[in-house]
Design a protein around this ligand. Structure first.
Ligand code: EPU
Length: 415
């Protein structure tokens, strides 16, 4: 594959940014929001709650959200079941209205994914929380949360975002220890600051938030999607191609770039927002362990596994973040990959000649991994349940096609 591809805005930054608009009665205008299914779901949720959500309604902005009068402090099951990130409405709604009701997200294909850390942190801030009839019902006594010191037992990305947002309107200072350091957290801090929040420590594991009485409107462009960028880096490397990614932030791609370089890809940062990848015919095996940022992202694991099937030697892939995130491996094995799974570890022996067949996508990143495997498989690969990919990749078919991939969306298949 050859050519230039523009990276879209980060879904996982856009979702908390949209939820943050619940913290103020004024308008929050957001730019660089990717046109993907999860964003549409979040927009529906905010509209259900009573926010005015305009698409392209503010000059140059993708979304303009005005949560002047919130009529429903609730995230209903119908929306939460299609997108777990709906939990991001809990912190801001509770902080703004003193009450919130959010459907409990269930497990998902990649693991149990509880929200206990979000809830215990809010309880520390004074919230009274009950979980009944499948809903989290939270109430802040006298309508306000209070600032406290919180230490997460385990690093959680949306948990950090929820507490960060809740703390901006709490009484007093919140100190959040063992916080996530993902670039999406820094981006949310940037937006909240523009809205008038007092936050320090972003980029480190300890965030300090001084609650304020009220937040105001703001205008913000979300950061580029580092997982989409990483996926295209793998696409370039796995096809021995030559791709240039534009509108990306190379600083956020450190662990992925290092890993792909170890596997033999040549990756150069050719400008502040540009990266070029090209690769020799032969890739070499390299081990990978998923970790919290700045480590290698679990959201890149399936894509890297596709590459490892094509690399000479044995690559050991350890998944440390989610308990069940290897469902794509069995589908890759149906395509001829040599992979063995033992608990949290996958051992991939390559190179294997993949051959196209019908496979099933189990989640968003698994679908991306299967698309990448399909790019190098002989013959035709049909990916079912491809709706997963539309949750988080903007115009993926069009972008890959423009780079020379032979790919089409087939309607009327089993989804
Ligand atoms: N965890 C708990 N209790 C909690 C919260 C998390 O035990 O209360 C555990 C999880 O079960 C998991 C680990 O902690 O084992 C980390 O989960 P985290 O909370 O960080 O994940 P998340 O916030 O639900 C976000 C991204 C995911 C990404 C993970 C890890 C968003 C909207 N989602 O999820 O993105 O995989 O962080 O980096 O930001 C994706 O985009 O495909 C995706 C799944």
């Amino acid at each position: 594959m050859q050519g230039t591809v523009a990276i879209s805005g980060a879904k996982n930054s856009a979702l908390p940014a949209m939820a943050a608009a619940l913290l103020t009665a004024e308008r929050v205008a957001l730019h660089n929001i990717p046109r993907v299914r999860d964003i549409i779901t979040m927009a529906k949720l905010l509209a259900f709650m009573g926010a005015k959500v305009g698409v392209d309604s503010f000059p140059g902005a993708d979304y303009s959200i005005e949560a002047q009068a919130l009529t429903h402090a609730e995230a209903p099951y119908e929306l939460v079941k299609t997108m777990r990130a709906s939990i991001l409405t809990l912190g801001p709604t509770l902080a703004r209205l003193g009450i919130a009701r959010v459907s409990l997200p269930g497990g998902c294909a990649i693991g149990a994914r509880p929200v206990d850390l979000h809830l215990s942190a809010l309880e520390k801030m004074g919230a009274e929380i009950a979980t009944t009839h499948g809903y989290i019902e939270a109430r802040a006594p006298r309508g306000r949360l209070r600032g406290v010191r919180i230490r997460f037992d385990k690093i959680t990305v949306t948990g950090t975002e929820n507490i960060l947002m809740a703390a901006t309107l709490a009484d007093g200072e919140t100190i959040l220890e063992n916080a996530a350091r993902e670039p999406e957290i820094g981006d949310l801090v940037g937006l909240l600051r523009k809205m008038g929040a007092k936050i320090s420590g972003d980029g480190t594991a300890t965030l300090k938030i001084e609650g304020v009485q009220k937040l105001g409107g703001a205008e913000h462009a979300v950061i580029p999607d580092r997982i989409e960028a990483g996926t295209f880096l793998v696409a370039g490397a796995i096809t021995s191609g030559d791709l240039t990614l534009i509108n990306c932030n190379p600083e956020h791609l450190g662990a992925t770039i290092t890993l792909l370089q170890r596997a033999g890809a040549v990756i150069e940062t050719t400008g502040p927002h540009r990266v070029r990848v090209h690769a020799p015919r032969k890739l070499t095996a390299a081990n990978a362990t998923t970790e919290e940022y700045p480590g290698f992202a679990t959201d890149m694991q399936a894509q890297y596994m596709a590459l490892a099937t094509q690399a000479e030697g044995t690559s050991v892939i350890d998944e440390t973040i989610f308990e069940n995130r290897f469902l794509h491996a069995s589908e890759m094995m149906r395509m001829g990959a040599n992979i063995s799974i033992d608990g949290h570890r996958a051992v991939v022996r390559g190179p294997a000649a993949l051959s196209g067949t019908t496979v099933q996508a189990s989640d968003l990143r698994a679908s991306a991994g299967l698309v990448l495997a399909g790019l190098v498989a002989s013959g035709e690969t049909i990916i079912e349940r491809v709706y997963h990919i539309d949750r988080g990749y903007e115009r993926i078919v069009e972008k890959l096609k423009a780079l020379g991939a032979v790919i089409a969306r087939v309607h009327g298949q089993n989804q």
